[in-house]
Design a protein around this ligand. Structure first.
Ligand code: SF4
Ligand code: F3S
Length: 106
């Protein structure tokens, strides 16, 4: 499966959702999650993310492994998103900022 990681938080560019052929993206207030039961590993979303927040499970750095469980959990709770929308106005300022996990809204 593919996994959305920390740098998506408060950036939420949504470019990723447009290319997903199986609608695995789910939208929360300031983060997106991929449903691991729907993802077919097509690879298309990874290069689309301007924040480089999407990884293949196989390439997921050790320190980001907790995002696997988090994506699975949040994808169950949040609605599907299939169309790109405007990112938050301050998305660029948050790109690359550390410790964004504590800012995740549910
Ligand atoms: Fe969707 Fe493909 Fe990305 Fe999986 S790898 S989330 S199927 S675009
Ligand atoms: Fe997030 Fe990147 Fe998609 S910032 S919403 S994973 S394009």
């Amino acid at each position: 499966t593919y996994v959305v990681t920390e740098n998506c938080i408060k950036c939420k560019y949504t470019d990723c959702v447009e290319v997903c052929p199986v609608d695995c993206f789910h939208e929360g207030p300031n983060f997106l999650a991929i449903d691991p039961d729907e993802c077919i590993d097509c690879t298309l979303c990874e290069p689309e993310c301007p924040a480089e927040a999407i990884y293949s499970e196989d390439d997921l750095p050790e320190e980001m492994h907790h995002f696997l469980e988090l994506n699975a959990e949040l994808a169950q709770q949040w609605p599907v998103i299939t169309e790109m929308k405007e990112p938050p106005p301050d998305a660029e300022e948050w790109d690359g900022k550390p410790n964004k996990l504590e800012l995740l809204e549910r």
